[in-house]
Design a protein around this ligand. Structure first.
Ligand code: ITT
Length: 194
């Protein structure tokens, strides 16, 4: 369930490697305001799955910067569209402590599967400048722990092995592949409500 083609592309690639196919389902998504990505995703999937027999999947992600008290967190989408990467960097221009993490929470449900959430995080830090053109969103300012380059500078494939999204979707894939007895297809919604 996403309108973000980059998120969908990454999710598709991660899940295909696990033998799971997904596709977008174009239906409105209802989003509550909450500080927890898990709660936001769970609420959206619960609402959407009321009349849907196939397994639905909703993903919500965000960048949480320690020194900013977790901001932008659940507001990552709005902040990206408004102040953008430059705005985040100027908020942090005098900060030496630049620790941050990305989080992805995936909620799945259907009329006969009660909502279940899988979360993945990756720790790292915010770079001092925008670096790289790979990836999307906050990737050009996020340096994963143990590396020097931002996700925006890394080669294709690197992010999908180490990212918050990869971790969350692998948890989902393990559950799905273990519990799959029927051959239900996993569908994602295309968000129509923001
Ligand atoms: P949907 O809600 O329709 O899924 P969105 O882009 O708003 O699309 P999110 O709320 O999950 O999706 O994402 C919040 C923001 O974080 C948004 O600006 C994304 O571009 C960014 N973002 C999400 N995942 C990211 C990732 O893996 N790397 C960098 N930025 C990411």
């Amino acid at each position: 369930m996403t309108e973000n083609p980059d998120k969908f592309r990454e999710a598709k690639s991660i899940l295909e490697a696990q033998g799971i196919q997904i596709r977008q389902l174009k239906r409105p998504k209802v989003e509550v305001q909450d500080s927890s990505l898990e709660k936001i995703a769970r609420f959206a999937v619960k609402t959407a799955s009321v009349d849907h027999t196939g397994l639905l999947l909703v993903e919500d992600s965000g960048l949480f910067i320690d020194v900013l008290g977790g901001f932008p967190g659940p507001f990552s989408s709005y902040v990206y569209k408004t102040i953008g990467l430059k705005g985040i960097l100027s908020l942090m221009h005098d900060q030496r402590k630049r620790n941050a993490h990305f989080q992805t929470s995936i909620a799945v449900a259907s009329t006969n599967v009660s909502p279940r959430v899988f979360t993945g995080t990756v720790r790292g830090s915010v770079s001092r400048e925008i670096r790289g053109t790979a990836g999307f969103g906050y990737d050009p300012i996020f340096i994963p722990e143990g590396f020097r380059e931002t996700f925006g500078q890394t080669k294709a494939g690197f992010k999908n092995k180490t990212s918050h999204r990869a971790r969350a979707f692998l948890k989902f894939a393990n559950w799905y592949n273990r519990s799959r007895t029927g051959r239900h297809r996993v569908r994602t919604h295309k968000r129509a409500l923001k």
